[in-house]
Structures are given as C-alpha cells and as structure tokens.
Design a protein around this ligand. Structure first.
Ligand code: SF4
Length: 332
C-alpha cells in the first residue's frame, strides 16, 4: 500500500517584465515529477542544490502550492486525499499525519521554549491532555536516546546532534504516517551525521516509518533508504532500489554523484566519470537532455531530443537515450 503517490508534479515560477507585465520566462523548479512511497518505505530524493528536491518536499507539505499535478496521501483513515488541491483549512487536521524533520537543528527549535514544551507542542495543539503529554515526552526522549532531564533544559544547552534528536522527537510525537526529512544531517559534523543516521535506522526498524529523505548527495542515503530517486533540473532522471543504484547506476548524472561518495576500497572503483560544468539554469534548460552539456557520453541525439523516464529493468527507471548501451561505474 502506498502512503504517498506524486504524479506529474509541477511548480513553475513565471517571470514578468515590461509595462504590461508580460511573461518573459518561466523557472521550471519542478517539471513533471512522479514517484510513490510505500508503507514503511524510505525514498531518498537526491540532487545538487537547485535541482528542485526541496521544492518537491515543500509542495508535499503544502508550504508551496503546486502549479499542477497530484499528491495523493493516505492518512490511514480509509481513502486518500490530494494534498495538491486541498484547501488550506482542510489540510489542518491532516498535519498530524505528515511531519517534518528540518535541516538546521539550530534554527528549527524555539530558543525560548524548554525542550519538553517543544516536543509536547504538537500534542498540545492536537488536544492531548497534559498528563498524557508528559508521559509521551518522556517516551519520545527515550526513543531518541536523550536523558529525561533534557525536558527542563533549553535548546542552547545541547549540541547540534542532540538538537536534531529533539527535532526528531517532536516530528514523531503524533505517530505520523509520513515523515519528510529535509537534509536532516547536512548541518552536522561528519561524526555526528553517522550517529543521527544510526538513530534514524533504529527508528525505522522500531516504528516502520514511511519517509521521504531529501539529500544533496549520495554519501548519506545509502544505508537509510530503500530506493533512491535522483533529480536534475526539476526532473527525476533515475529511480532504483538503493543497492542496485549504487552498484550499477543507469544514468550518467547518478554516476557523477557517486564519484563523490567515499569508496571503501578506492582501487576497486575503477573508471568513473566526473561531470564538468555548472548545473543548468531551470529558467533556460538546454534543449534535448538537460544534462547533455555536462555529460561525457552525450551524442547528437541528446542535444535535440529529451529522453523520457522509462523502465530500463524491473523496478529501475532512467531518462537517458543510452541507458541500455553504456556501462556506468558504481561503488562497491
Ligand atoms: Fe548523457 Fe545523452 Fe544520456 Fe543525457 S541522454 S544523460 S546527454 S547520454
């Protein structure tokens, strides 16, 4: 059963100019994105800064209104709702089922509130009685491996990793159906990143979480995701089960992202292409395949004909004209 089904999602920003405010260009931040998340599954949405992944997550949370497309969400009450078109008032009761873990643990916690009140806030908003709230806060602190005494302290008393644990506890307070984690470890030191990833693995195991894990590179999502969707200039260019994508990518852009992943044994990595050049401008994407100016495998056809996302093997999708003929290198 799918908790989330996103179909042909678009978020465009028209640019107007002149006295008549005519549309002169259109930034296609998200341009026809489709994916699903099954119950208990973690999907990683990965791509460089500006690829549209954060816009996708903000559309799901309705912090942004999509231009078109549907976002069907199953809140677990029998039937699904389309978050893309639901009026804001109707969204409010659904918020408890859809929670977010923020990127920056320093700015996402109110410095004037004690940790216990921060974690209890969503419970309070949803009418949970005080006695139950206190018991639940203790349970949640234990779940994220923080001491009970933390509830009477303020966020500044804690390190970045501990603050992220508090943010995770708050996100889990209402047992949400879906958690959107927006780069939850990118603001942390590498050693602390590993601790938070381990905590998330533990929580996935214990709570069977369904999660959209947004990240800018492939180095952090390998162990935390079941499948990976790679985005480039507003579109998904590859979707695959995590292990398969790391071992043998089917899109050249995925191969370049994998080139940045530290290899356990660099001697086994072999030839791996690194893309040159800048990410394309979503207001003026190149014709044909948007990746062609950076792609070491580009041919004439790539410069004029845009490849569609097609199934290249069971459960594996890629948008590349040459997905079936070129052999790309993954990581061991
Ligand atoms: Fe490279 Fe062509 Fe594939 Fe685009 S379609 S990724 S340019 S080989």
């Amino acid at each position: 059963m799918n908790v989330l089904e996103v179909t042909d999602l678009r978020k465009h920003y028209p640019i107007h100019a002149g006295l008549l405010r005519r549309e002169v260009a259109r930034v296609r931040a998200v341009d026809g994105v489709s994916f699903h998340i099954a119950e208990g599954e973690t999907l990683a949405l990965v791509g460089e800064s500006g690829c549209g992944k954060t816009t996708v997550s903000r559309c799901i949370l309705r912090a942004l209104a999509p231009t078109s497309g549907s976002i069907r969400f199953d809140p677990g009450q029998g039937g699904t709702v389309d978050l893309a078109t639901l009026p804001k008032r109707a969204l409010r009761p659904l918020r408890r089922h859809l929670q977010m873990i923020f990127q920056d643990p320093y700015s996402s916690l109110n410095p004037r509130m004690m940790v216990g009140d921060i974690i209890a806030e969503p419970l309070k908003v949803n009418g949970v009685p005080a006695a139950e709230r206190n018991a639940r806060v203790l349970e949640l602190l234990d779940l994220v491996q923080m001491p009970a005494v933390a509830r009477t302290r303020f966020p500044h008393a804690f390190s970045g990793g501990q603050r992220q644990r508090i943010g995770i506890a708050r996100a889990l307070a209402l047992n949400p159906r879906l958690v959107v984690a927006d780069e939850p470890v990118s603001a942390l030191d590498v050693s602390v990143q590993a601790q938070i990833i381990n905590l998330m693995l533990d929580l996935q195991d214990r709570l069977k979480l369904s999660m959209l894990f947004v990240a800018h590179d492939l180095s952090v999502v390998r162990h935390v995701s079941d499948r990976v969707a790679v985005m480039y200039v507003g579109r998904i260019v590859e979707v695959a089960p995590t292990d398969a994508l790391y071992r043998a990518p089917r899109h050249p852009y995925t191969e370049t992202l994998l080139a940045a992943v530290p290899a356990p044994d660099p001697m086994r990595r072999g030839r791996q292409m690194k893309a040159s050049g800048e990410v394309a401008d979503p207001a003026k994407p190149p014709p044909g395949c948007a990746f062609h100016p950076r792609c070491p495998y580009a041919q004439d056809r790539c410069r004029v004909e845009r490849p569609e996302l097609t199934e290249v093997a069971p459960g594996r999708w890629a948008s590349c004209h040459r997905a079936q003929e070129i052999e790309l290198t993954g990581v061991a």
